[in-house]
Design a protein around this ligand. Structure first.
Ligand code: TRP
Length: 353
């Protein structure tokens, strides 16, 4: 038997997808669906850890589904589903939590960052975050769902017995925990249920897509994003306003970070010749940022326009979206329910009537 390896990845339902999501995740999802048995889902339960408005959450789930499809994820090749449509995940989350240490969860970097935010602490008064959490007033609580975020993520992966999990660097620690939980479960019950999943950089090195604000990567919370569904006018405006520098002062000086960021975006969207011409123009001080940005906007639009147009069609077709997720949920549940049964059995939760 020649079974394909299982690839699984998810995106939290917290807003529209941007170019960083596209180059970091979506475009790879589309390529991987040809060679692997792929499951892609929308993590709506994970989104709950930051208490979104219910209406916004529902809209976001639909938006991201439509974005997956518009970007080329094919429901006949890959399984597309919504996390909460697979109740087996929630049950296994309870079971796996029995083997997860509070300490290891408290030490997770993403937890500490988000907890700090929920408590309204600035970077300066980091102090002993664990004490602050325990001592915090009830109106400023850190919810337990946030603490157990890694358990839920591990379950997403383990319940499908995934081998490869394409995620960004920021998720590496969660994946490490997932491997640890898998080993722990296997050895505690002396079973061989879970493969240890590995990060998967499909097609070589990880791309870090920079934002338009001169430093750092593109991120929803940074307000420096180009969204896949940005209207043409909006997108052009954003690019024209991108941060640059005052222009090179002498030939061959090192390229400043904001300009390098624009070049990185160009490398993703333009031809190598175009990128080189702007590098040369920087080197001989003839660069004109206005022209460069116009070119960049043009080339980004070549990528996003077809996606935006397909998105509008798909998003308006609720019946189609419903059909896709129903089919995805069925497939995802089939695998998940088998694993859950094995987990229950291993733990001694066995029906005897
Ligand atoms: N935590 C991931 C993120 O914020 C989303 C996610 C949830 C995920 N469950 C997953 C990714 C399982 C890969 C596999 O990006």
């Amino acid at each position: 038997m020649n079974e394909k390896e299982i690839v699984l990845s998810g995106i939290r339902a917290t807003g529209n997808l941007h170019l960083g999501n596209y180059y970091g995740a979506l475009s790879k999802f589309v390529k991987m669906q040809e060679d692997y048995d792929c499951l892609y889902f929308i993590a709506d339960l994970h989104a709950l850890t930051t208490n979104p408005d219910p209406k916004a959450l529902h809209e976001n789930v639909l938006n991201i589904l439509a974005e997956y499809l518009a970007a080329g994820v094919d429901p006949d090749k890959a399984t597309i589903f919504v996390q909460s449509d697979v109740p087996e995940i929630s049950e296994m989350y309870l079971l796996l939590n029995m083997h997860v240490g509070i300490g290891e969860l408290l030490r997770t970097t993403s937890f500490k960052d988000k907890a700090r935010k929920q408590l309204g602490l600035s970077g300066a008064d980091e102090g002993d975050i664990e004490k602050q959490i325990i001592g915090s007033e009830t109106n400023k609580r850190v919810n337990a769902g946030l603490l157990t975020y890694p358990t839920l993520m591990a379950v997403d992966i383990l319940i499908q017995k995934a081998h490869k999990v394409p995620v960004g660097k920021d998720q590496e620690q969660h994946l490490e925990l997932t491997r640890r939980f898998a080993r722990r479960f296997n050895s505690f019950y002396n079973v061989d249920l879970f493969p240890e999943p590995e990060n998967f950089n499909f097609g070589g090195h990880a791309v870090k897509v920079p934002g338009l604000d001169g430093s750092g990567k593109m991120g929803k919370s940074e307000g420096n994003c180009i969204y896949l569904v940005d209207e043409e006018k909006v997108l052009r405006k954003k690019v024209m306003r991108a941060v640059t520098d005052e222009g090179p002062k002498e030939p061959n000086q090192p390229i400043s970070e904001p300009v390098q960021n624009l070049l990185t975006l160009m490398e993703l969207t333009s031809t190598p010749e175009i990128v080189q011409s702007y590098r040369d123009a920087y080197a001989d001080c003839s660069i004109r940022y206005g022209d460069m940005k116009k070119q960049l906007a043009e080339d980004i639009l070549k990528v996003t326009t077809p996606i935006r147009e397909r998105y509008a069609e798909i998003r308006a077709d609720k019946d189609y979206i419903a059909k896709v997720v129903r089919q995805g949920a069925d497939r995802a549940r089939e695998r998940a329910s088998k694993t859950l049964e094995e987990v229950r059995r291993a733990m001694g939760i066995v029906k005897f009537y």
